[in-house]
Design a protein around this ligand. Structure first.
Ligand code: NAD
Length: 284
């Protein structure tokens, strides 16, 4: 293996320690950051994500409230809970875990969460601010990737970054944040022909697809930085990313592991957004 492996655990631990200290300082001035996490239905993966988020919040010294609703919850009941949380001064961030059970509208949920409590950055106002480059919440997964790149000292300005995936949650906002960093950005997706021809031009390659083993050595330019956002179950049932790690690491210069890097960094950015939101509330 030639690639250096990003020490995600160390980066996450040091960033969370800073958030913990800043949370304690804010608490001393009378405001404890608070996050409400809403889970509808009984998807086992979602239950794990929610548990991890609640635990991370508690570890950081924040208030965390979990609302576990049955899959039979109606849209009106879900929206009523969100309206209640919008008005709750103890809560600075509201997160509704996706995917929602069939029949519930994520779009309506995203539009109902107050923009100033939208720590996931899904509300149209926050997405608009992101596109315009205005101040506001940054979407957690792409913001986490940028933090990882900064922490590892990866130069971005003028570099060619290729993002695989164009979802509203990862691919599109990832491209926007890379543009903010003055990278030249290419976005690939399921209709992109000859994927490897494009990804091989990348100084920084970010995969957010959801397909194990998609990115192999032939997709990677020698010495490139490879960031794996994917979270999949491999044939052995183990958690893995989109990147065939052992194969791509033979060619890459720097590579992130799955698990243990982008996933926990995403939760760290959620804590950071909740802290920011509480600070803004304290200043209002
Ligand atoms: P999505 O299904 O909404 O989007 C996947 C994207 O991949 C689409 O834009 C599609 O066009 C593209 N795609 C599909 N097949 C392709 C192919 N063969 N070649 C090129 N592009 C292809 O998924 P998402 O919500 O963006 O999530 C992507 C992955 O990232 C998933 O594995 C998800 O679990 C993971 N994820 C991880 C975190 C984290 O915290 N680590 C957060 C969000 C998502």
């Amino acid at each position: 293996m030639t690639a250096q492996v990003v020490n995600g655990k160390e980066i996450v631990a040091s960033r969370r320690e800073r958030i913990k200290q800043e949370t304690a300082a804010l608490k001393e001035s009378g405001v404890q950051p608070g996050l409400a996490v809403v889970l509808v239905g009984d998807d086992p993966a979602s239950a794990v994500y929610v548990r991890n988020k609640i635990k991370a919040c508690e570890d950081a010294g924040m208030l965390s409230e979990a609302y576990r609703l049955p899959a039979t919850t109606s849209q009106a009941e879900l929206l009523a809970l969100i309206v209640k949380l919008n008005e709750d001064p103890r809560i600075h961030g509201i997160l509704v875990q996706s995917p929602l059970p069939k029949g519930l509208s994520e779009e309506e949920v995203n539009e109902t969460i107050a923009a100033e409590k939208d720590v996931d950055c899904f509300h149209p106002v926050n997405v608009g601010n992101l596109v315009l480059g205005k101040e506001g919440f940054l979407p957690c997964t792409p913001a986490g990737v940028i933090e990882i790149l900064h922490t590892c000292g990866v130069p971005l300005a003028g570099k060619h970054a290729v993002v695989i995936g164009r979802s509203n949650i990862v691919g599109k906002p990832m491209a926007l944040l890379l543009l903010r960093e003055h990278a030249t950005v290419t976005v690939c997706h399921s209709r992109t022909p000859n994927l490897a021809d494009i990804t091989r031009q990348a100084d920084i390659l970010i995969s957010a697809v959801g397909r194990a083993g998609l990115v192999k050595r032939e997709h990677v330019k020698p010495g490139a930085v490879v960031i794996d956002v994917g979270m999949n179950r491999g044939a052995d049932g183990k958690l893995c990313g989109d990147v065939d790690f052992a194969d791509a690491a033979e060619v890459a210069g720097l590579i992130t592991p799955v698990p243990g890097c982008v996933g926990p960094m995403t939760i760290t950015m959620l804590l950071n957004n909740t802290l920011q939101s509480a600070r803004r509330a304290a200043n209002r």
